[in-house]
Design a protein around this ligand. Structure first.
Ligand SMILES: Nc1nc2c(ncn2[C@@H]2O[C@H](COP(=O)(O)OP(=O)(O)O)[C@@H](O)[C@H]2O)c(=O)[nH]1
Ligand SMILES: [Mg+2]
Length: 287
C-alpha cells in the first residue's frame, strides 16, 4: 500500500456536516455548470457544506476556473494532484482530506443531479456507513439513457464484479457515493487501484470491514461527453479486477486491516519507576 497524505485537518464540532468531492480532469467545458449547480444547492440547504474540487493534473484551465470561483465562495476549495493519477486517486485524495461528517463524491458532469445527495445523506443518517448511488436499482430514474453498447459493457462488467469479487450490487460504477466520515477514512486508506477500477475495490474493502452498505436508486442522466475508452479502459479494469482478487488471495487486505487495528505502536512504553508502590500495574517482567 502506498503512503497517503496526512489528513488536512482534524474534525471538530464546527466541521462541516457534508463534504462534496468532485474529481476533475480537463473539465473546463463542464466545471462551471457543475460549480453553479452544486454551490446553489449548498446555499439552499440548512447545514454547512464544503466543496472540494480535485484537479487531476488537468492540462486545460480547470484549476484557473475553480480559483476564480473560490474568490467569492469560501466553501469552495481546490486540491491539486501531483499530475494525472486517475479518478480513483482523485476521489481518495479528496475524501481523505475532507472534513465533513458525511463525505460524498460526484462526477463533474453531475449525471446524478446534486439534489440527489439528499437520498444518500438520508441513507447514512438511517444507519448506513456507505450509500452508493445506483442507476440500475430503479431503471425508471434514468432520464437520459447510455448508448446500447455502453449498457452492454456496463452489464458485463457488473457480472464480473459479482462473479469474481462476490459483490452483490446492481451498480458498482455510479460516480455518486457517500460515506460516514470514519468509514471513508478507513476504506480509502486501504485502496490500491487509482484509475477506473477503484469503485469495486472500495466496495470489496468495505464489505471486508463489515460496513453497512446500501444501494440507493438515484436519478441519472447520461452525459455523452464521457471520455472512458471501452477497449483500453475496459481491458485495464478487467486487469484491475484480477489484481484485487490476487491481493485478496495473498491476504494483502487482511494484513492491511490488521495493521490499521494494531495500535501497539501508539502506546507509550511503561516508565521504569523507583517506587513500585506508586504503580498499580505490574512492571515489565513482573508476573
Ligand atoms: N477521463 C478521466 N476522468 C477523470 C480522470 N481523473 C478524474 N476524472 C474525473 O472522473 C469523473 C468521471 O468522468 P466521466 O467522463 O464523466 O466518466 P463516465 O461518465 O463514468 O464515463 C469526471 O469528474 C472526471 O473529470 C482521468 O484521469 N481521466
Ligand atoms: Mg459521466
Amino acid at each position: 500500500m502506498q503512503p497517503l497524505p496526512p489528513e488536512r485537518r482534524t474534525p471538530s464540532p464546527a466541521s462541516p456536516r457534508l463534504s462534496i468531492v468532485i474529481p476533475a480532469y480537463n473539465e473546463s467545458a463542464r466545471i462551471e455548470a457543475a460549480l453553479s449547480s452544486v454551490l446553489a444547492w449548498v446555499a439552499s440547504v440548512p447545514w454547512e457544506t464544503e466543496v472540494l474540487v480535485i484537479d487531476d493534473g488537468s492540462t486545460d484551465n480547470t484549476s484557473a476556473i475553480v480559483h476564480r470561483w473560490m474568490a467569492s465562495r469560501p466553501s469552495l476549495h481546490l486540491i491539486q494532484n501531483p499530475g494525472n493519477r486517475g479518478k480513483g486517486y482523485s476521489v481518495r485524495n479528496g475524501l481523505l482530506q475532507a472534513s465533513g461528517q458525511i463525505v460524498l463524491f460526484s462526477d463533474a458532469d453531475l449525471s446524478a443531479p446534486i439534489e440527489e445527495a439528499q437520498r444518500l445523506i438520508d441513507a447514512i443518517e438511517a444507519g448506513s456507513d456507505v450509500a452508493i448511488g445506483s442507476r440500475w436499482l430503479d431503471k425508471q430514474r434514468q432520464t437520459i439513457h447510455q448508448p446500447l453498447y455502453r449498457r452492454f459493457f456496463g452489464r458485463c462488467f457488473n457480472w464480473v464484479t459479482r462473479k469474481v469479487m462476490g459483490l452483490p450490487f446492481k451498480d458498482t460504477q455510479c460516480g455518486f457515493k457517500a460515506f460516514r466520515r470514519d468509514a471513508a477514512q478507513t476504506i480509502f486508506r486501504l485502496q490500491t487501484i487509482e484509475r477506473w477500477g477503484f469503485d469495486p475495490e472500495i466496495l470489496f474493502i468495505a464489505r471486508k470491514l463489515r460496513y453497512r452498505i446500501v444501494e440507493v436508486p438515484v436519478t441519472w442522466g447520461h452525459d455523452e461527453r464521457s471520455r472512458i475508452s471501452y477497449l483500453k479502459d475496459g481491458m485495464k479494469m478487467l486487469q484491475e479486477m484480477g489484481q484485487i482478487r490476487s491481493n485478496s488471495l495473498r491476504g494483502r487486505y487482511d494484513q492491511a486491516i490488521a495493521a490499521l487495528k494494531d495500535t501497539s505502536h501508539m502506546v507509550t512504553p511503561p516508565v521504569e519507576r523507583n517506587n513500585s508502590s506508586h504503580s498499580a500495574s505490574p512492571r515489565p517482567g513482573q508476573a
